[in-house]
Ligand binder design. Structure first.
Ligand code: ADP
Length: 153
């Protein structure tokens, strides 16, 4: 069973994440979207909201599971029989950042990091920009899956 974890904050999930996850289900038997819990970070959406947005977006895709986790991604992999870490690349800054994390993870455990290049149409989308649009009452709906709905932020 080829299992991959797609770790991230998903605050909130965007069409960029959505595209990577959709393409990855063709490569793996199971894709675990894993929301990292970081007590030091301030989030716009609660853990439950972030999880619900992703679950709703992939309700018709049985290969996608959504979990939350604490601690090192490689420890989660070891405990859950996950062999691959999936990450998306948008630009050279992502590459440099991801390279350091992937090398560190390889030092910690024999787990491969697999990178998918962002789709051209979603390469400019980031959760932080989406949060900015939401905060300033802009139309965020073109940047996120339909499952992401904001009440009154
Ligand atoms: P993190 O807190 O780990 O940066 P994010 O939720 O921002 O979490 O991102 C999770 C993963 O999704 C990262 O690998 C990131 O590069 C990737 N990603 C984010 N936005 C896009 C996008 N528009 N296209 C492709 N990959 C993306």
């Amino acid at each position: 069973m080829k299992r991959a974890i797609f770790p991230g904050s998903f605050d909130p999930i965007t069409l960029g994440h959505y595209d990577i996850i959709q393409r990855s289900v063709k490569l793996f038997d199971e894709v675990i979207v894993a929301i990292g819990i970081n007590a030091d970070k301030k989030y716009m959406f609660s853990l439950e909201e972030r999880q619900q947005f992703i679950e709703d977006a992939f309700k018709d895709e049985p290969k996608v599971k959504v979990v939350t986790y604490k601690g090192l991604t490689v420890d989660f992999c070891k405990e859950n029989g996950v062999e691959f870490i999936l990450r998306g690349l948008r630009n050279p800054a992502d590459f440099e950042f991801e390279k350091a994390i992937a090398h560190t993870n390889r030092d910690l455990a024999p787990i491969e990091t697999v990178f998918l290049l962002t789709a051209a149409s979603t390469s400019y989308i980031s959760s932080s920009i989406v949060r900015d649009v939401i905060r300033n009452h802009g139309d965020y709906t073109k940047l996120v899956p339909n499952s992401v709905r904001v009440n009154s932020k």
